[in-house]
Design a binder for this molecule. Structure first.
Ligand code: ADP
Length: 187
């Protein structure tokens, strides 16, 4: 499944709960990239500039990284995968379909966490006080939200067309939101 939503919509928080309950394997492309940056790998050095500016890492690059993650952790994925932060463009969604098909699988559901923009900004600014993430500052947050609207939002239509998108209210307590997600999954 894909957990979908704007920066600050709670994808990471809800992914942790999904892993605990369903035993899914968690792939957060943001975490993968930050790990590569910390280890100063070639992929990390390339990604760092884009992330700091609030821009997306080029499709070609992130698709290659994701393919490697899928191949390297295959035996841990028997219960399914939760993709968090991927896909973020229509190109990435098409590539994901292909990559999963090659591995005898497919996206079963896309759960969208819907949160209005004022709340997103408030959450991200607040997270920036403790996250240590250099992209959690007001200027970069604004840019990330623009990128979300321009490049990522069109995916909603992509997954609505093939009847996989389920939007849920992403506000309320963490447990309330999780319950809404579980209902959609069970359905
Ligand atoms: P958030 O959802 O709060 O923006 P993430 O950790 O998912 O946080 O992503 C942080 C940054 O990593 C993004 O702003 C982007 O630069 C980069 N990134 C993560 N996933 C992708 C992706 N699928 N494609 C391109 N860039 C990505």
């Amino acid at each position: 499944m894909v957990i979908f939503g704007a920066p600050g919509s709670g994808k990471g928080t809800q992914s942790d709960k999904l892993i605990e309950k369903y035993g899914f394997y968690h792939i957060s492309t943001g975490d993968v990239l930050r790990d590569q940056i910390a280890r100063k790998t070639e992929a990390g050095i390339l990604a760092d500039r884009y992330i700091s500016e609030g821009h997306l890492v080029p499709d070609e690059h992130i698709i290659k990284i994701l393919g490697d993650v899928l191949d390297e952790n295959r035996e841990k994925m028997a219960n399914g995968i939760v993709f968090d932060g991927f896909p973020r463009t229509v190109n990435q969604a098409v590539a994901l379909e292909q990559m999963l098909k090659e591995r005898g699988s497919e996206v079963n559901a896309v759960i969208g966490l819907e949160v209005d923009e004022d709340e997103l900004i408030a959450r991200l600014v607040n997270r920036g006080k403790t996250s240590g993430r250099k992209d959690d500052n007001p200027e970069t947050i604004r840019e990330r939200l623009v990128v979300y609207h321009d490049s990522t939002c069109p995916l909603k239509e992509f997954y609505t067309k093939n009847n996989k998108y389920r939007g849920i209210d992403g506000t309320g307590s963490v447990d309330e939101i999780f319950e809404r997600i579980c209902k959609e999954i069970e359905r």
